[in-house]
Each structure stands twice: as structure tokens, then as C-alpha cells.
Design a protein around this ligand. Structure first.
Ligand SMILES: *Cc1c(COP(=O)(O)O)cnc(C)c1O
Ligand SMILES: [Zn+2]
Length: 500
């Protein structure tokens, strides 16, 4: 529909205008800074930042019901810039004009209800939200669309020029960063740092394909992150890790979409999300809080953050009593949820700040943290994909967490869960292959359960019979014999009944 076709009460709002007055605010000392140049930590106290909008208060002047209609109608607006995360422009980056928005098809991902069989296994109604269906195959595209729209905005204003964008990554951040940066060629070039041998071959191929400079570094993600931080302190680069608060802002769209997907009824909803660097869970909490404060949703959904036993610093932090909580990084062990294998999450201060704020706003404990075994991550990942899903191992981690939350009664039978399938199955298929070939190294602490193993079987004719190849085509008669023989062998394996 064109703007004129919308109902008259919606028309003034249907195409968002750049309005907001955004600023960085330090999580440590509350100092405020202009967004006219990139900033990642407070120059005064070195704490990380969140983005706020002076315009936010005035959003409350529009009734929640009207906002709901605006977003619902925007779904059918024919303007690419507002098809993705910027459908929620007023909440995502309200100062960014349409001309600076970089849209590569991110956001607006499907929610898929689990089949009956899988819901019975978990004993709960649940959906996967397939964030693996984003352009680079993970939710990171949401944050990257925001971060690179901001970069384009700064370029368009002539506040910066010729950007070198850098990030450290467990794989998906670099894939997303390189993709979005490559779209802004030649003004933006990207360089990504990856822990050597700690990303999947698909994840490595992505930034290479996008033309980024790829550096492999010995060690784990946490080590790469330190190098990137050092670079961003000493040189003029744009940091694209989730330390960059624009990433958090963009990823808030995940919460807004869930609110809209479920007609803004959040009281019986449970959001399940794997935690690595803790950017995503921070964004999800902040997103729901913003919608709640403006009255677009009437209650805050329960949020459960999941970590593997091999990388669980956030879970450990919340094990302690309030008074004597002290954050301690952990030494990570190999995890099949490799994209979440982080011992010292950059967004920990955001998690602490937002969890408190969220629970206070809800008036009760609504944010929970759970730890799951590697075995359960692997098995729920395989189980999900055997039932019509396309989830990565981190999505398996989420499902393992949901199964455990149901058992521990953190989730009740009358609630509905939405599990984040954070990346596409294809990105992590090497873990599936290792499992099927029973070759997962010991350090993963995973036993190979034969029920799940699925391998191809090569069907060959009996000895001596000719087989076709690309070079050697069979004679008509030989080929007929070959087809009949192979067909019969497959029918036998499948227990097929004859038609006659
Ligand atoms: C980055 C990532 C995570 C972890 O998200 P954080 O924001 O770092 O907590 C989980 N799953 C996938 C597929 C990821 O790429
Ligand atoms: Zn500060």
C-alpha cells in the first residue's frame, strides 16, 4: 500500500521521519555523550554504553494501541528501508533518515510452531523464531544493519570518512559485519579477527566471500576481543562488536517482532535465548522494556538466558546471593554451541543493569539464567532438526534450556515459549557431521547416541556388474539392468511394498 491508502489516523505516522535525539550514556558514571562520532566506552570511567533517546518520553503521547496499528500497517508499506528492523524506527534509531538506512533483508524472521511430537517431548507449547533466516544466517544481521546504518549516517553527514570497520568474532559477527560493510564499498572496508580453528568452515568462508581482510589469531574469542579493543583504543577504526551500542539497538528488534508476532500479548510468554557475549539478551530485555514503558505491551514476558556448562560465566554470577555477587570470567572449554563459547562477556554490565531494571519493572522475578550440559545441547539440536526446524547448535542450547526449565517448573504448562534459533543449521553442520561420524573430540564431553546417527549409504550393484560414471556411459541394456538392480536394493532397504 502507498501512504495515501492507509487509514487517516495512521497516515501521519506510517512513514517515520527522523526525529530523535540520541545520545550515549555510560553504564558506570551515567555521563552522556554525543553520537556525532563513534564511541564504545566512556572516556571518563571506561565502562560500556547504551544509547538513549531524549525523544523517548514523547513516544508515550501516542497510545499503545495506536503504536500497535502503526507497526501492523507498516508491514504492508512498500518502502524497503522500513521492511526490516526499521519498521520500529522510533525505537531503533529514530535520528537515522530513510536515505541512510542499510537494508539487506534482515529482520521480520518467521516464528514456527513446533510440531505436536516435539511439543509433547518438551511438555510445553513452543515456537522457534528463525533468526537463521537473516541474510548472513544469524541474528547478528539485526545489530549490523543498525551499526552500519549509523556508519552510513555519519558518512552522509561528513562527520567521518573512509571507515575501517573491525570486529572479533566467534564466526557470525564477522560474517554479518563483512556482509554489511561490503555493501558500503568503497567508503567502508572491514577487517575481522577470528580465533584460529574455532569457527566453522562456513563461517570462515563468509567474510572471505564478502572481501573482508580476515585475520586468524591463536587462542579463543576472548583473546581476539582483547586485540580488537587494543586496536580501537590506539587507531581510528569503527568497532563492530556488540561493545558498539548500535548493535544492541538493532537487536532490540527481535523483541519488538515477538511482541508483534503474538499480537502484543506477552503475559504468558517465555523468551529463551542462548548467551555468549550477552549482547543479544541485553537487547531483548531493553526492547521489551521500551515497549512496556510506552504501553505497547501490558506485561513483560519471562526471559530465560541459557549457557553451556563449558562457558557459563553469566549463569555462575547469578548463582550467588544479591549482596555478594561478583563477576568472575571463566576459562571456556570446547562447546558445540561454539558461537556462545565466551568466558568474559563484554555486555555483562548491561546484563546486570537491565536484569535489575526488568525485574523491578515487572514487580517480580522475570529473568532467569540456566546452565545445560553439552550432551543435552547436542541432542536437542539434532531432535529439533529432525522435526522440521533449521536450527544451529545454539538454538539446540536454547531448547535444552527450555526442556530443563519445564522440568524445574521455571516454565509452567500454561505458558508459551519462543526459542531463539540464533543461526541457520547450515552454518553449524560440521558439529552434526562430527557427531554422526562419532568423531567429536573427548573435550566436548558428548557421548554418541546411536539413535541420532544418520549416515549416507552407498548403493552398489553386485560384484562385476558395470556401473555408470560421468565419463563412461553404459550401453542401453547394461543401464536397464543397473537401474533395476539398484531400485530393488533400495526398495528392500525401505521395506517397500510392490504395486502389483
Ligand atoms: C553471537 C551468537 C550467540 C550469542 O549471542 P550474544 O549476543 O553474544 O550473547 C548465539 N548464537 C549464535 C548463532 C551467535 O552467532
Ligand atoms: Zn563513565
Amino acid at each position: 500500500m502507498k501512504p495515501d491508502d492507509f487509514p487517516t489516523d495512521i497516515q501521519p505516522y506510517i512513514v517515520p521521519e527522523p526525529k530523535g535525539e540520541l545520545f550515549y550514556k555510560c553504564l558506570g558514571c551515567s555521563a552522556e555523550f554525543s553520537i556525532n562520532k563513534p564511541l564504545y566506552v566512556c572516556p571518563d570511567c571506561e565502562q560500556i554504553l547504551l544509547i538513549h533517546d531524549r525523544y523517548a518520553e514523547s513516544l508515550k503521547k501516542i497510545p499503545g494501541k495506536t503504536w500497535q496499528k502503526i507497526f501492523d500497517f507498516r508491514k504492508v508499506l512498500k518502502a524497503p528501508a522500513f521492511k526490516g528492523i526499521y519498521r520500529y524506527h522510533e525505537f531503533i534509531g529514530s535520528c537515522i533518515p530513510e536515505s541512510s538506512i542499510v537494508y539487506l533483508g534482515e529482520g521480520n524472521t518467521p516464528v514456527i510452531e513446533a510440531n505436536e511430537r516435539l511439543q509433547e517431548k518438551l511438555n510445553i507449547r513452543f515456537f522457534y523464531k528463525n533468526d537463521g533466516q537473516n541474510p548472513s544466517g544469524s541474528f547478528k544481521d539485526r545489530g549490523m544493519a543498525s551499526a552500519l546504518s549509523n556508519v552510513k549516517y555519519l558518512l552522509d553527514q561528513n562527520w567521518i570518512s573512509d571507515v575501517i570497520a573491525v570486529c572479533a568474532s566467534t564466526g557470525d559477527t564477522s560474517a554479518a559485519a563483512a556482509l554489511y560493510a561490503s555493501y558500503l564499498q568503497p567508503h567502508v572496508k572491514s577487517a575481522v579477527l577470528l580465533p584460529h580453528n574455532k569457527v566453522t568452515p562456513q563461517q570462515l568462508s563468509q567474510p572471505l566471500g564478502s572481501g573482508a581482510q580476515v585475520f586468524e589469531i591463536p587462542g579463543v574469542f576472548d583473546d581476539c576481543m582483547k586485540i580488537v579493543e587494543d586496536l580501537s583504543e590506539k587507531y581510528s577504526v569503527v568497532l563492530l562488536n556488540s561493545k558498539n551500542p548500535w548493535r544492541i539497538l538493532g537487536q532490540e528488534s527481535y523483541a519488538y517482532e515477538i511482541a508483534q508476532d503474538f499480537d502484543y500479548h506477552m503475559d504468558d510468554k517465555v523468551i529463551v535465548v542462548p548467551i555468549g557475549n550477552a549482547g543479544n539478551i541485553s537487547a531483548i530485555m531493553n526492547g521489551f522494556l521500551k515497549f512496556f514503558e510506552v504501553g505497547i505491551i501490558k506485561s513483560l514476558p519471562k526471559i530465560i538466558g541459557i549457557q553451556s556448562e563449558h562457558a557459563d560465566p553469566v549463569f555462575r554470577y547469578y548463582q550467588g546471593k544479591d549482596e555478594n555477587r561478583k563477576f568472575k570470567p571463566v576459562k571456556v572449554k570446547p562447546s558445540v554451541a561454539q558461537a556462545a563459547m565466551i568466558g568474559n562477556p563484554v555486555s555483562m554490565p548491561r546484563v546486570i543493569y537491565l536484569t535489575k531494571k526488568y525485574n523491578e519493572a515487572a514487580g517480580t522475578e522475570r529473568v532467569f539464567f540456566m546452565q545445560v550440559t553439552e550432551q543435552s545441547i547436542m541432542e536437542w539440536y539434532l531432535e529439533a532438526n529432525r522435526n522440521g526446524h533449521i536450527t544451529c547448535t545454539q538454538g539446540g542450547e536454547g531448547l535444552a534450556g527450555l526442556a530443563q526449565a519445564v522440568k524445574e517448573k521455571i516454565v509452567k504448562a500454561n505458558e508459551t515459549a519462543i526459542v531463539d534459533a540464533t543461526a541457520h543449521a547450515l552454518k553449524f553442520s560440521n558439529f552434526q557431521n562430527l557427531y554422526f561420524e562419532q568423531k567429536l573430540p573427548k573435550e566436548f564431553s558428548i557421548k554418541h547416541n546411536l539413535d541420532f546417527i544418520n549416515l549416507p549409504s552407498l548403493v552398489m550393484p553386485d560384484n562385476g556388474m558395470p556401473v555408470p560414471s560421468q565419463e563412461n556411459r553404459l550401453k542401453q541394456n547394461e543401464f536397464k539392468v543397473f537401474v533395476a538392480d539398484i531400485s530393488q536394493k533400495i526398495a528392500k532397504k525401505l521395506n517397500l511394498k510392490g504395486i502389483l
